[in-house]
Design a protein. Sequence first.
Length: 78
Amino acid sequence: MCSTNVYSTIFEHREDHAGEMETSFALAFFPHLVQRNADGSLAADDGATGKSMFDAVTNGWVSITRPWHLLTTNSNTG
């Protein structure tokens, strides 16, 4: 991983998974795995998020390490 000083000069947002850095690497090394529209732009949804199936998470009674329900609806997570 890049040092903090270099990281912030290259990437706008600090993220730990599937953010700007990982997407950049995927585009550079595995472009055939990145879905694109006919015009070449990245295929993405409008940013809508899914709802957690757990009331405790939805109501804020508990938190979870990785809030998968907040990912966009077109993400493929287990």
